[in-house]
Design a protein around this ligand. Structure first.
Ligand SMILES: Cc1cc2nc3c(=O)[nH]c(=O)nc-3n(C[C@H](O)[C@H](O)[C@H](O)COP(=O)(O)O)c2cc1C
Length: 336
């Protein structure tokens, strides 16, 4: 069974990728992921705030010749609370690249296009095979127009593209008014891949304590539908690689994503919940399914259920939406 896959111009042993999480920041885990047939590993993100805090600290130290911490940094999280600082991050890349043969993708997480982008060069020089940009921006100011938000994304991609020559992917939140158009422009700006999608991490409300709760809930398979929708639509319409992300629990979701048109499928929650062994189960489950259905390779199923493939027979999205609402029975038979 041939699981060989191309992603961002890189050759992968399988289409399963371990996405960014604390797990992928451990060298031993990266080795075990390779053994479990992961196609690639995305390291946890280094954040713009961390890079800026370090730069600021360095500038002030050299300017003032003291080791005092400036108050101006007080709105950044305390740098010591991060797992890995900017220097150690580059070391992690160097060590990971030495430790395994599968591609290692660095991850930069930021929201502006100035002052910290040069760090991307460090990631490239440390030997990363690719770079994933996680642009996690909340447009909380009601006077900021959607077009300006999109322009922010494009500027960051252009700035990073101008800084490095390794393959670049962009991990997107799904909240844009015309996602297909933005996707096209991100590719024109220099992205060779899109990761669909990032998850929102939003606070909940504790009604007993009357306070906000910052908990992180791992994903479930019900979250795959939005990514499936956009993968199906974008397959064959962009010159970029497409990565599916969110909601993988079993091989079933992996197969759904590939049928929709994903080049690769990323997973984090399943690995955090069940351990690295889960990666082996996902790859094995995909292999068994392909075998049982008489497919000789993973390439043979990619995009089989994409819009491109089904365009002639598929009802329009709006027709399907109306039909779904109208077919739903007013009363469920099980209810009295
Ligand atoms: C504990 C934890 C830490 C994460 N850290 C990062 C990160 O540093 N950078 C990033 O781009 N995504 C990060 N993610 C998001 C995952 O990479 C992934 O996109 C998300 O969990 C959806 O995939 P899943 O449904 O397979 O979990 C993190 C997720 C979790 C649960």
């Amino acid at each position: 069974m041939n699981l060989a896959t191309r992603y961002l111009g890189l050759s992968l042993q399988s289409p399963l990728i371990a996405s960014a999480s604390p797990l992928t920041g451990e060298l031993d885990a990266i080795r075990r992921l390779e053994d479990a047939e992961a196609g690639a590993v995305v390291l946890p993100s280094i954040f713009e705030e961390q890079i800026r805090a370090e730069q600021d600290r360095w500038e002030r130290l050299t300017a003032a010749g003291t080791d005092s911490f400036p108050e101006a940094l007080s709105y950044f999280p305390d740098p010591s609370s991060y797992r890995v600082g900017p220097e150690r991050y580059l070391e992690l890349i160097r060590e990971a690249v030495q430790a395994v043969d599968i591609p290692i993708v660095g991850s930069l997480n930021g929201v502006t296009s100035e002052g910290w982008i040069s760090y991307a060069k460090g990631i490239e020089e440390a030997g990363a095979d690719g770079l994933e940009l996680n642009i996690y921006f909340f447009p909380t100011d009601p006077s900021e127009e959607g077009q300006a938000v999109e322009e922010r994304y494009l500027q960051i991609v252009r700035a990073v593209r101008a800084t490095v020559s390794i393959p670049l992917s962009v991990k997107l939140l799904p909240a844009f008014s015309s996602l297909g158009n933005l996707a096209r422009r991100l590719v024109e700006a220099g992205a060779q891949g899109l990761v669909l999608f990032n998850r929102f991490y939003l606070p909940g409300i504790d009604i007993a304590e009357l306070r906000l709760v910052d908990d992180l809930i791992l994903s479930s398979p019900s979250e795959t539908r939005l990514s499936v929708f956009w993968l199906r639509l974008l397959r064959g319409r962009l010159t970029a690689s497409l990565a599916a992300s969110s909601g993988v629990e079993s091989a079933r979701e992996v197969i759904e994503y590939l049928l929709a048109g994903a080049d690769v499928v990323m997973t984090t929650s399943a690995l955090l919940r069940e351990g690295i062994g889960r990666m082996k189960g996902l790859v094995g489950g995909l292999r068994d399914w392909l075998d049982r259905h008489g497919f000789a390779s993973v390439d043979a199923i990619r995009g089989l259920l994409s819009r491109e493939h089904l365009a002639k027979t598929e009802p329009a999205a709006r027709a399907r939406y109306i039909d779904i609402l109208q077919r739903y029975p007013a009363e469920q038979p099980s209810r009295g």
